[in-house]
Ligand binder design. Structure first.
Ligand SMILES: [Zn+2]
Length: 62
């Protein structure tokens, strides 16, 4: 993970935002980690917390 992500947080890639059925999703523009929009802000997507059968499995990489 780039040092800048540790310092100021991840930055979602605005051009790669998509909706998985529950939340908007993207990836960090710097380190490519998956992110989701929740409560008005962006957080890292954590499968242990956010995994849900209702989500589309489509990703911007496919
Ligand atoms: Zn990052």
């Amino acid at each position: 993970m780039p040092m800048i992500c540790r310092l100021i947080g991840h930055r979602r890639n605005r051009k790669r935002v998509w909706h998985d059925g529950l939340n908007y999703r993207s990836r960090c523009a710097r380190c490519e980690l998956p992110m989701l929009r929740q409560g008005g802000g962006w957080a890292l997507f954590d499968p242990a917390v956010h995994d849900d059968d209702r989500r589309s499995t489509r990703d911007v990489d496919s």
